[in-house]
Design a protein around this ligand. Structure first.
Ligand code: ADP
Ligand code: MG
Length: 256
C-alpha cells in the first residue's frame, strides 16, 4: 500500500504583516482522516496559520503542500505570491472554512446558502446539489430549516448551516476558526456535537478553538502556538495531561 501524502502540510512558514512577524517558522501536517487542533492565546497567530493554509494570506518563506503538491510561488520574500491561479482555486475549494461569524447570506434561504458555491463556483448540477444540500442540512440537525432565512435561526443553527455549506463543497478538509466562540454556552454544545460527529466519520479537520475540552476530545494532534512559534505539540492526552513547557502550563491553567 502506498502511503498517502498529508492533505495539508506546512514547513517552516514565515508570515509578516508589514513589520509585524506573526508566524516565525511554523510546521504542521494534517494526514488524511486526522483532526489537528490549534490552541494558544489571542494574537498568537492561530487564524493567520489557518488562513495561510488555504492561501487566504500570502506568506514570505517556507513551503505549503496540498496532498503532497507544493504551492508554486512567484517572487520572493515580501513579493512572494502563489503563481498558479488554477492551483489556488483548486486548493481553496478543497479546504472549506467555517468562521466564528457564520457569514451566511441574509438574502438567501438556508438551502440557497448551502447550494450557492457548489453551483456557481464549481458548476455542479443544481438538482444533484440540492439533494446533497438537503442531506447535509439533515445531517447537522436542521433538515427542517431549508426554506427559512438565516435571521430566523438561532446562532447555533446558523453555525450548523455554515458547516453544512462547507460540507456541500465536498472538500478534502474542513478548516474551523473558533466555530463556537460567538455562541451562547447552551448553543455551543449543538455545534460541538456536530464537530465531534464529523471527527468520528474520519474527516480531515484543522480546528482552531478556545474550547479545550473539545480539542482534547476530537484531536489526533494538538499544536500550542505562542507568539508565532509552536511552543509545544503532541497527542491530546500529553498536551493537556502532561504539559512540558511553563508557557503551556500557564496557558492551560488560565483557561480552566
Ligand atoms: P489569533 O487568531 O491567534 O488570535 P491572529 O492570527 O488573528 O491571532 O493574529 C496574530 C497577530 O497578527 C496579531 O497581533 C494580530 O493583531 C495581527 N494581525 C492579524 N491580521 C492582521 C492583518 N490583516 N493586518 C495586520 N495585522 C494583523
Ligand atoms: Mg483568531
Amino acid at each position: 500500500m502506498t502511503e498517502q501524502p498529508p492533505v495539508i502540510e506546512i514547513r517552516d512558514l514565515h508570515k509578516s504583516y508589514g513589520q509585524l512577524e506573526v508566524l516565525k517558522g511554523v510546521s504542521m501536517s494534517a494526514p488524511r482522516g486526522h483532526v489537528i487542533s490549534l490552541i494558544g492565546s489571542s494574537g498568537s497567530g492561530k487564524s493567520t496559520m489557518l488562513r495561510c493554509c488555504n492561501l487566504l494570506e500570502d506568506s514570505q518563506a517556507g513551503e505549503i503542500l496540498f496532498e503532497g503538491e507544493p504551492i508554486r510561488w512567484k517572487g520572493e520574500g515580501a513579493a512572494r505570491r502563489p503563481g498558479d491561479r488554477n492551483q489556488v482555486l483548486r486548493i481553496r475549494t478543497n479546504l472549506s472554512m467555517v468562521f466564528q461569524q457564520f457569514n451566511l447570506w441574509s438574502h438567501m434561504t438556508i438551502l440557497q446558502n448551502v447550494m450557492e458555491a457548489p453551483v456557481t463556483v464549481l458548476g455542479r448540477d443544481r438538482a444533484e446539489t440540492e439533494a446533497k444540500a438537503r442531506e447535509y442540512l439533515a445531517k447537522v440537525g436542521i433538515g427542517d430549516k431549508c426554506d427559512v432565512w438565516p435571521a430566523q435561526l438561532s446562532g447555533g443553527q446558523q453555525q450548523r448551516a455554515a458547516i453544512a455549506r462547507a460540507l456541500c463543497m465536498e472538500p478534502r478538509a474542513l478548516l474551523f476558526d473558533e466555530p463556537t466562540s460567538a455562541l451562547d454556552p447552551e448553543l455551543e454544545q449543538e455545534v460541538v456535537k456536530v464537530i465531534k460527529a464529523l471527527a468520528e466519520e474520519g474527516r480531515t479537520m484543522l480546528l482552531v478553538t478556545h474550547d479545550m475540552r473539545l480539542a482534547h476530545d476530537v484531536s489526533d494532534h494538538v499544536l500550542f502556538l505562542h507568539q508565532g512559534r509552536i511552543e509545544e505539540e503532541g497527542p491530546p492526552d500529553a498536551v493537556f495531561g502532561n504539559p512540558q513547557t511553563a508557557r503551556l502550563q500557564q496557558f492551560l491553567s488560565a483557561t480552566r
